[in-house]
Structures are given as C-alpha cells and as structure tokens.
Ligand binder design. Structure first.
Ligand SMILES: NC(=O)c1ccc[n+]([C@@H]2O[C@H](COP(=O)([O-])OP(=O)(O)OC[C@H]3O[C@@H](n4cnc5c(N)ncnc54)[C@H](OP(=O)(O)O)[C@@H]3O)[C@@H](O)[C@H]2O)c1
Length: 289
C-alpha cells in the first residue's frame, strides 16, 4: 500500500482515484478545485480531502493529476499552492492530463532539480475506460520512475507503456488523437451516405464492422450517431484542445497534418452549433445540419 494523492476529480479523475483506493488498496488523499466533489469522493470511498494541491502532495509517494490543459497543470504543480512546493525527495508525480509535450519536459526538469520524478501519462479509453479501469496509459519519463509507478497505475489501466523520455507520452497521445480525428469523420460520412442511400445503418454496420472498415469508433459510436445522440462522451471542446496541441507540435517538427487541420475546423463548426460538450462523434450532426 502506497500513500497517494490525486488532483482533479473530473469525469476521468474521479473514477481513477476511486480505483487507486478500492482496487489498488492505497491510502488516497484527494484535491479538487470545487470542494464539493472532493467531499463527495471521500464520502463514497474514504480517504481524505486536502484544501490545496500542496497539502495533498505533502509527504506522498505518488501524486497523480488529471486536470484540463497546460495552464491548469501548471497551476496544480508549480502554482503558489501547487504540489511541487511539498513533494518529497524520491516521490513520483504522474500526470494523466492531455497536455503539450513542452509542459511535460518543463515539469520533468523542475521535478528533477527538486529531487523527485515526473511522468507524463495521458490516457485513452474515455469515461467508460476510466470507470471500468481499462485505460491505455502512454508514459514519458525515466525507466526507474516508470518501473516504480507502473504497479500503482495498473489500478486503473489495461495497458501501460513507456514510450520514451519526458514528453513521449504526450507525443503518443497526439498520434492517438490524429488517428481518431480523420477516422470519426470517415465514419460520419459513411453513416450520412448510408442514410441518404436509404440503407438500414444497423445492418450495414453489422456487416462492414467485421471487415476492413471496422474500428473502436464504429463499434462503440455507430448506434448513438445513428440516433443523433451526442450528450455524453469525449467533449468537442477537449478534442479541439487536443488537435490544437497536435497542430502546434506539427509546426515545430515539420509534420504535415492536412486532414487533422481540416477536422479541427469541422469541430469549430460543431462548437458554433452549440456542441461544445457534445461527444466527438457529433461530426455527423454537422453533415446533417
Ligand atoms: N473525458 C474523456 O473522455 C477523456 C479521455 C481521455 C483524456 N481526457 C483528458 O483528461 C483530462 C481531464 O478530462 P475530464 O473529462 O476529466 O475533464 P473534466 O471533467 O472537465 O475535469 C477537469 C478537472 O480538472 C480540474 N481543474 C481544471 N482546471 C483546474 C485548475 N486551474 N486548477 C485546479 N483544478 C482544475 C477540474 O476541477 P473543477 O471540478 O473545480 O472544475 C476537474 O476536476 C483532459 O486533459 C482531457 O483532455 C479526457
């Protein structure tokens, strides 16, 4: 049993912290900016709630975070009341936020100077993956810290991989998002075309999902897309944040991402339709507008 802190009890963090407590059997202290959520978590799982990230991280072996973006991550780490103020030497900070590779490298360097480790560890698998403890975790950082953290991360993951040095976890997550963006648009166009052609979409997907066109998005999203339901899942706002990170990194490394740039603009249209919190499969709603 390790002493653990978890910062950020959102859609993802709340169940992930729960698995660290219940499945991992760890002693968990939580912090959430909106206090009511932290109190609810302690009421449900036990453990304790701290008033600041610094208070939560004080003396812990492992400190996890899952907040929104680069700025939020900086606030809970190097902010005035951030975790880096109190992290003990030899401890490990594991960040599950989807953020830039730059902020990961910056925080890894700052952690090293202070005598503890930082791992960028973004996740894939969505809300259901977090709730069912089957997330894929893409890690960047030192081998030694990875080996120590992996058994703890395992509490909420099905696959945990060390991808390279600091930032490599975030770079891998960018590839994940680049692959998804074009694929969801393809699926949206397929369903849109099928409806226009007067075919039974359920029947079409039942057959083609077993062939070369099959995908996680097809399996998990075709029913809700066909029904026009988008009030769940991975928010368009988050996807635009992620694609922005991908496009900025491509500017730096010279990669060409024409389809990713186009889909980012399609998601901008979805936001303008009122779909900021809709699931990313809502690209179909844009075609049906
Ligand atoms: N949802 C998904 O399916 C999914 C899948 C993979 C990856 N991700 C990534 O995981 C991260 C979290 O996503 P989520 O869906 O869990 O988001 P969410 O439900 O909006 O939760 C965000 C969490 O971060 C906290 N937070 C935000 N800004 C903060 C700040 N400046 N200081 C302190 N706390 C702050 C929020 O606190 P409050 O409660 O006070 O607002 C909340 O606990 C994002 O980077 C997202 O891209 C999400």
């Amino acid at each position: 049993m390790a002493s653990v802190a978890f910062l950020g009890l959102g859609v993802m963090g709340y169940p992930m912290a729960g698995h660290l407590r219940n499945k991992g059997g760890h002693d968990v202290t939580v912090y959430n900016r909106t206090k009511a959520k932290a109190e609810q978590w302690v009421g449900q799982h036990g453990g304790s709630a701290a008033k600041t990230p610094a208070e939560a991280a004080d003396g812990k072996d492992f400190v996890f975070s899952c907040v929104g973006n680069d700025d939020d991550l900086r606030a809970v780490t190097i902010g005035a009341e951030g975790a880096f103020q109190t992290m003990k030497k030899g401890a490990i900070f594991i960040d599950n936020t989807t953020a830039s590779a730059e902020v990961a490298r910056e925080l890894a360097e700052k952690a090293q100077v202070r005598g503890f480790s930082f791992l960028d560890a973004p996740v894939s698998g969505g809300q259901a993956g977090a709730e069912n403890a089957v997330l894929t975790v893409m890690v960047g950082g030192e081998q030694k810290a990875f080996d120590e953290a992996k058994p703890v991360i395992d509490a909420y993951a099905r696959m945990v991989g060390l991808m390279g040095p600091a930032g490599a976890g975030q770079l891998t997550k960018m590839i994940n998002q680049i692959c998804i963006a074009g694929l969801v648009q393809g699926l949206a166009e397929g369903i849109h075309f099928g409806k226009k052609a007067g075919l039974d979409i359920e029947k079409v997907i039942e057959v083609i999902s077993k062939g070369a066109a099959g995908s996680w998005q097809m399996e998990n999203r075709h029913k809700t897309m066909n029904a026009g339901k988008y009030d769940f899942g991975f928010a368009v706002d988050w996807m635009r944040k992620d694609l922005g990170i991908c496009l900025a990194e491509a500017d730096r490394n010279g990669a060409k991402l024409p389809v990713t740039a186009l889909i980012d603009q399609f998601y901008k249209d979805v936001q303008a339709m009122g779909g900021k919190r809709w699931d990313t499969s809502s690209l179909l709603a844009r075609l049906e507008k």
